[in-house]
Ligand binder design. Structure first.
Ligand code: GLC
Length: 579
């Protein structure tokens, strides 16, 4: 409530002063990025599908959380075979979502609220409905070489076969025959997503123009989709088998993708985009977030080619509800120790996204606050997926209900292993019809039934809620101790005989100290001598703690025997940080 009043007051002041965003080289370094999946965020016109006006009207929610940046997943013209990641016009808005005028209004509102807008940039492929593709099919120059075309192979019975064994991420061959051009085209994702050819200079220029188009419309950066798929081997060699047991031969994981992923040429193109963005707005850094599910060293390399946020997926790919305090510390330290030297480089921590199970489903509901604490207290950029702020969970889907091409293609036996529908259900605003997402009789994906008790409105007014804990943590994130403080990570063994079961994270700056303590034991209360362990003699108070803790906010803690219930985590600060 108080927060809403403050926000209204701020809005009134801002309305009076017509704010101008201050350009700065460093603005991104301690930012919170909030990802909106537009189809599921808010429907303003009652068709059961989220849209731009829905986002604009609800940007206040993003501001209230304390986000600095909103990354809006793809909103461009698209037949929606891969829900917007199949783009038929890179410089227009998908009709279901609105118009370019609506987009202008969104930018205006975001500016008013002091939020920067980042869009998806999908360079690897277009839709097969893009006009370039049609012209490519008909070999019209220069479009004939905009895509990756190859002749068929024929077996001894003259059966037509794809040029090599490459597989699509969504299952089956990555090659699709086109009967007009009489060649196969490459699609690393759905057949409706033909791969663009980055060995063609004209195509490279076209894609740069797309970036300029959106920067001219007020966009402050891009999340670059599937960047590590952009180049393929120019000799089109077969990929070796992965030999992962139990993987069917048409599954993407059946092969080891040495010729279709992470090719060194990718980094050069990224450098050219960084230069373009720097030239566009000298002195005001454009944010580049790069999406590459790849080996650690390859991800880290994106920093040096201009990525501000080479997505750190460790909380998604490396850690889960079985991970120990030791695993967490190892992953955190590895990232911190490998961020390149140089003041422009900062760490980043991704909590979730539209391609992976929800954080509350991956780690279990009782660990959600622990993950909030980590992504906000560790230094650098935090990336949060809409709905995670209230601990939304995956919804289970039947095969018949499944819409995601990755799930549909996997078939009735394996769809649940691949489908991304569970984490894409409509945003849960309140306990009204369709969780306040839409007034339609049906929504594009069903709303999770738990919305009755799990929704933003309910959580705002509860003393303890994921939402309130996260917003408090984000307030703390804005303090100098998080922005500039030193970092220590430490392990502790409380009543344990096998392995350390307590993780500590300490941030210090001048007289300020922030301490995060996580109890990894699911059964035991832990007792920690914080003073000895973390070398702290200043008094500490509870800033916030996760559900089930035996602590109350502002309580002074006993440094020599601090106790924390099973599975609980707590943030403690020196009293000068409490508000
Ligand atoms: C990225 C997107 C994903 C999409 C794929 C193909 O991984 O996040 O949603 O399906 O690229 O564009």
């Amino acid at each position: 409530m108080i927060r809403s009043y403050i926000l209204i007051a701020v809005l009134i002041i801002l309305a009076d002063s017509n704010p101008v965003q201050v350009a700065s080289k460093d603005w991104y370094k301690n930012s919170l990025v909030y990802q909106i999946y537009p189809r599921s965020f808010k429907d303003s016109n009652g068709d059961g599908i989220g849209d731009l006006n829905g986002i604009t009207k609800n940007l206040v929610h993003v501001a209230e959380i304390g986000a600095d940046v909103v990354w809006i997943s793809t909103i461009f013209s698209s037949p929606q075979k891969d829900f917007g990641y199949d783009i038929s016009n890179f410089t227009n808005i998908n009709e279901e979502y609105g118009t370019l005028e609506d987009f202008n209004k969104l930018i205006e509102k975001a500016r008013f609220l002091g939020i920067k807008v980042i869009l998806d940039f999908v360079p690897n492929h277009s839709s097969d409905q893009h006009k370039w593709f049609n012209q490519s099919i008909h070999r019209i120059k220069p479009y004939d070489e905009y895509y990756i075309w190859r002749d068929a192979k024929y077996d001894e019975h003259q059966n037509r076969l794809p040029p090599n064994n490459w597989l699509s991420n969504f299952g089956g061959s990555a090659w699709q025959w086109n009967d007009i051009r009489k060649q196969y085209y490459l699609h690393q994702f759905a057949a409706g997503q033909p791969d663009l050819n980055y060995r063609n200079d004209e195509l490279q220029e076209e894609m740069k123009n797309v970036l300029v188009f959106w920067m001219d419309r007020g966009v402050e950066g891009f999340r670059i989709d599937a960047i590590n798929h952009m180049y393929e081997d120019d000799q089109f060699r077969d990929e070796p088998l992965s030999n992962i047991p139990g993987v069917p031969s048409d599954d993407y994981d059946f092969l080891n993708h040495i010729y279709t992923k992470n090719l060194p040429e990718t980094y050069k193109v990224l450098e050219s985009w960084r230069k373009l963005m720097d030239d566009q707005s000298p002195g005001n850094t454009k944010m580049i977030l790069t999406e590459a599910y790849a080996d650690f060293d390859l991800i880290i390399k994106y920093y040096l080619s201009g990525s501000t946020v080479p997505f750190n997926f460790m909380f998604i790919s490396d850690l889960n509800n079985k991970s120990t305090a030791v695993d967490f510390k190892r992953s955190i330290d590895r990232w911190m120790n490998n961020v390149p030297n140089g003041t422009e480089y900062v760490a980043n921590w991704v909590l979730g996204n539209h391609d992976n199970h929800r954080v509350a489903s991956r780690f279990g509901e009782k660990r959600v606050d622990q993950l909030f604490m980590l992504v906000t207290i560790l230094p650098g950029v935090s990336v949060i997926y809409n709905g995670d702020e209230i601990g939304m969970v995956d919804r289970e889907f039947t095969y018949e209900e499944t819409k995601d091409p990755a799930g549909c293609n996997a078939g009735p036996e394996r769809y649940w292993l691949k489908s991304r529908d569970p984490e894409r259900t409509p945003f849960q605003w309140n306990d009204g019809p369709n969780a306040g997402f839409s007034t339609s009789s049906s929504t594009w994906l069903p709303v999770n039934e738990n919305y009755i008790h799990l929704n933003v409105e309910a959580q705002k007014y509860k003393a303890y809620s994921h939402y309130n804990i996260l917003t408090r943590l984000i307030e703390l994130k804005k303090k100098s101790v998080i922005e500039y403080g030193t970092l220590e990570t430490a392990l502790y063994c409380s009543k344990c005989s096998v392995t350390e079961n307590v993780l500590g994270v300490v941030r210090r700056h001048r007289s300020y100290i922030v301490v995060l303590i996580v109890n990894f034991s699911d059964t035991e209360m832990i007792v920690v001598d914080i003073g000895m362990w973390l070398n702290i003699s200043e008094p500490l108070r509870v800033y916030t703690s996760s559900k089930g803790s035996n602590l109350s906010p502002r309580q002074i803690v006993e440094l020599r025997s601090f106790s924390l219930s099973a599975s609980v985590s707590a943030v403690l600060t020196t009293p000068n940080l409490l508000n």
